[in-house]
Design a protein around this ligand. Structure first.
Ligand code: PA5
Length: 393
């Protein structure tokens, strides 16, 4: 409710909203915004968009952030600084740049979403008098899209967060079913685990919809960071999009090593039909398409690809959405989150931690001179700068 009312205020007041966050503090909202708004939403006029443009710079690449700020107006831009730990370097660096860019507008135009008590961003938000929302402490970053981390950006953009949560709640009830054969999350986790044990260690998510392209990045993070924890087990997630990847990854999926299982996501109702006109119907490459719709083409491509993979002895499964709307996307998100939580113990790992990401952070902080982290620079000592680099140009 707090996300909805604050989101409504942001929607009224601002033209643009920039989400400063990375990993689980960005990927979920981005996936839902793309699913519900489509990849071209920011190009639509405001009345068709239903709210401010949303930007997810995410990375610490200066080229993107510089260019983004050059496109925005400081009077019309709100920044949502999202970091559960409160100390993530990428997010805090972008925030430092953003507050300098906003100047005295900062107090009204930055909102913090972070731990209710701990961390640097919590302290900064209090010192600066910024509005803030809490990230519930027990919820890890990559499981946080259905908290303020995802809901505030989505509400600010005008998406139906109530329906998103209803869908998730509906799936939560189904996933509480004690009989694993009737529990969709248990079935998904068990199927992927069983395939993994039979050597299918690459788990491909293959939605046939552009709107679900960013869901792939969210899934990759969820599956990799949650399950990649020991040398013996840990599936490798891979994201594809149909039909585009029929002209790219499909060759590998069809004839490469038999180490993959492919989870299709298909859509029953694709909305308004877009017919393919009868044109050069005498040409065999066009004749059979005349009078069909683009939706029929992509659906046939999904069905054809799944059948071809199965015929080639490559396992697949299919998650079918009635349509891409807030409710079904909420269901899909919860399904994968619950499946991940169940898969962790099956693989014998804790799905909720990520100890492996710490080493590189410490060396980075040592390199940048953070007091107390000097010792971590030794990881690079004795290595010539081009030890592992191929120098081009
Ligand atoms: O899932 C996770 O815990 C991570 O991917 C985090 O979301 C990511 O590292 C960002 O962390 P934070 O929200 O603390 O800035």
């Amino acid at each position: 409710e707090a996300s909805r009312s604050l989101g409504a205020r942001i929607r009224e007041r601002f033209e643009d909203v920039v989400i400063l966050g990375i990993g689980g503090s960005s990927l979920g909202a981005k996936a839902v915004a793309s699913a519900l708004g489509g990849g071209l939403r920011n190009l639509l006029p405001k009345e068709r968009r239903g709210g401010p443009r949303l930007f997810f710079p995410d990375n610490s690449d200066p080229a993107t952030f510089r260019e983004l700020l050059s496109l925005l107006s400081p009077d019309e831009t709100c920044f949502l600084a999202i970091t559960k730990s409160g100390g993530t370097a990428e997010t805090l660096s972008q925030l430092a740049i953003a507050q300098a860019w906003l100047g005295e507008r900062t107090r009204e135009q930055v909102i913090a979403i972070t731990d209710p008590e701990k961390g640097s961003l919590r302290k900064i938000a209090e010192a600066e008098g910024w509005e803030s929302l809490p990230v519930p402490p027990p919820v890890g970053g990559r499981f946080s899209v259905l908290t303020a981390v995802g809901l505030l950006p989505l509400a600010a953009a005008g998406f139906d967060v109530a329906a998103l949560c209803e869908g998730a709640d509906e799936m939560r009830k189904r996933c509480e079913e004690p009989d694993p054969r009737k529990n969709p999350a248990a079935l998904l986790a068990a199927a992927l685990y069983a395939y993994d044990r039979r050597g299918k260690k690459i788990h491909v998510l293959f939605p046939y919809a552009d709107a679900l392209r960013d869901l792939g990045a969210w899934y990759v993070q969820l599956w990799a960071e949650s399950l990649g924890k020991t040398e013996e087990v840990g599936p490798t997630p891979l994201a594809a999009v149909g039909a585009t990847d029929q002209h790219s990854l499909l060759q590998l999926l069809m004839e490469g090593p038999k180490d993959k299982v492919v989870a299709f996501v298909t859509v029953e109702d694709r909305g308004e039909k877009l017919g393919i006109p009868t044109w050069h119907a005498e040409d065999p490459a066009l004749g059979y398409l005349a009078g069909k719709t683009l939706g029929e083409l992509i659906d046939a491509e999904a069905a054809g690809t799944q059948a071809a993979l199965e015929a080639a002895g490559r396992p697949t499964l299919n998650l079918r959405l009635p349509r891409i709307d807030a409710r079904s996307v909420g269901e899909l998100l919860f399904l994968w989150e619950a499946a991940t939580a169940i898969a962790g113990p099956l693989f014998g790992v804790d799905p909720f931690d990520q100890p492996g990401v710490e080493a590189s952070k410490k060396i980075t902080q040592g390199l940048l001179g953070r007091p107390g982290f000097e010792a971590h620079r030794t990881a690079l000592e004795g290595r010539a700068p081009d030890d592992s680099a191929w120098i081009l140009g």
